[in-house]
Design a protein around this ligand. Structure first.
Ligand code: ZN
Length: 302
């Protein structure tokens, strides 16, 4: 049976966009439920300045929770700089996600750095902390709110520099959710041809309702690793009110119906959506959870 890899980013990408404080025990309850639903890979938190993102000020506690309660789960954390990466390692994190935007304008606006500064910082993390596995998230691959179109050649050039530092795994992110399936095919073909050695995950936002279509296009090109957020959390800061990440439950529903295994139990995943709905005062743009009453029309075993 074919299979796809889902990395659920609810607790990082989803929660970081929510202003009202989410108690740590609600966060860990969501993580526990995700694991109980069969999620084997997730991004749990981010080691950013608590001044910049107060919501994730409990990052060390979250990592400790994952390390002690779920040592078998592949837990990723985001770290925007060497200081964050050090804190993450100190808390017990073994997998760090470092972000650079392909668009220089976005990199400047998002993390206030040039590409050169970002790459130098990445090199210093790799030098200082040889142990954690580092994945680099390349943001704005499919479009930038400042620069508009982002040439694939720019993505490849940046990824080559990242790979030359020893990184073996990258995330290609449609940060603002403007990709279309034809574009996804083209970008992935060119990327694979240039850098066949890199492991690639796709992070596809659903801002324009094309998240699942883009996922399908990626699979048709042979890419089967995706980052999604339960409930579709993770709105785009440049488009208030817009849908967020492709919803994990929508992705799992599509994949299972297509006969592609994820190892995730869809009914148990809907319980996570329920917990999110009960505890967060934000809309959940995912579709399948809303259509729950129509499950009798799904002629397959969830
Ligand atoms: Zn996202």
């Amino acid at each position: 049976m074919a299979s796809a890899q889902i990395v659920d980013v609810t607790a990082r990408d989803g929660f970081q966009n929510i202003a009202d404080w989410i108690p740590t025990d609600v966060k860990t309850a969501v993580l526990d439920q995700l694991v109980a639903a069969g999620v084997k890979r997730l991004e749990a938190t981010s080691f950013v300045s608590p001044k910049a993102v107060p919501q994730l000020a409990d990052a060390s506690k979250i990592v400790n929770h994952m390390a002690t309660r779920h040592p078998d789960v592949e837990t990723h954390v985001l770290a925007p700089n060497l200081r964050g990466a050090r804190d993450a390692v100190q808390a017990g994190a073994g997998r760090i996600n470092y972000v650079i935007s392909v668009s220089r304008e976005h990199n400047r606006a998002n993390i206030n750095r040039t590409h050169e500064e970002s790459l130098r910082d990445l090199a210093s993390i790799i030098d200082a902390l040889p142990k954690p596995e580092i994945t680099v998230s390349l943001a704005t691959v499919f479009g930038c709110p400042f620069a508009g179109r982002v040439p694939t050649a720019d993505t490849v050039a940046l990824a080559e520099k990242v790979a030359s530092l020893g990184v073996r795994s990258v995330i290609l992110a449609d940060t603002i959710g403007v990709a279309n399936p034809r574009q996804v095919r083209g970008v992935l073909r060119d990327f694979r041809a240039a850098l066949p050695q890199l492991a690639v995950r796709l992070h596809l936002h659903d801002t324009h309702g094309m998240g699942l279509a883009n996922m399908l296009a990626a699979m048709e090109e042979g890419f089967f690793a995706f980052e999604t957020a339960t409930g579709g959390l993770g709105g785009c800061p440049f488009a208030p009110g817009a849908a967020g990440n492709t919803a994990t439950e929508d992705a799992v529903n599509m994949l299972h119906r297509m006969g592609i295994d994820t190892g995730i139990n869809l009914a148990a995943l809907l319980e996570v959506v329920k917990t999110l709905r009960e505890n967060l005062a934000v809309p959940l743009p995912g579709r399948f959870s809303v259509a729950r009453g129509f499950q009798e029309f799904c002629f397959y075993d969830v």
